[in-house]
Write a protein of this length. Structure first.
Length: 155
């Protein structure tokens, strides 16, 4: 395999360069090229406050009651609202093994288990999904509404 010192140096350099490149590409993909410039609109005080409000709120309805008029939260449908603010981050693209929203083939086996099992999977967490799907302040009813909303996309 490796028969010369030159080949050994090349293999050692590639052993460091290839994983480092892969890690950097994954980080770039995950961050989506978020501009961390303090002067950018994504880093404005109002944008940060809106993101913190979503993370710290008790339920989507509470967010809607305290949010500004241009908020993406819809109080009339907490399931869709919770999906749009938290769940879709992974389920829209199937990130980290999350079953893609609307993909009947990946949801078929899960549907056979029943809705109560699905609710508990989200509430307790499963595989890489954290407990409550990451929406730590969401109530059980809001979680169930979000699951029901995701299931409604299969029909």
């Amino acid at each position: 395999m490796i028969s010369t010192p030159k080949q050994l140096v090349i293999v050692v350099l590639l052993a460091f360069a290839v994983p480092l490149t892969i890690i950097l590409l994954v980080v770039q993909f995950i961050t989506g090229g978020i501009n961390a410039d303090p002067n950018s609109s994504a880093m404005s005080d109002s944008a940060i406050a809106k993101r913190m409000q979503v993370l710290n709120a008790g339920s989507p309805a509470q967010i809607a009651n305290s949010a500004t008029s241009n908020s993406i939260i819809i109080a009339e449908d907490p399931g869709e609202s919770l999906y749009n603010t938290v769940c879709q981050a992974c389920h829209a693209a199937g990130i980290a093994g999350a079953p893609k929203t609307g993909d009947q083939s990946v949801w078929a086996a899960r549907l056979e288990l029943g809705n109560d099992v699905l609710y508990q999977s989200v509430i307790k967490g499963k595989n890489l999904m954290p407990a409550r799907g990451g929406a730590t302040g969401a109530s059980d009813e809001d979680i169930e509404a979000a699951v029901d909303f995701m299931l409604s996309t299969l029909q």
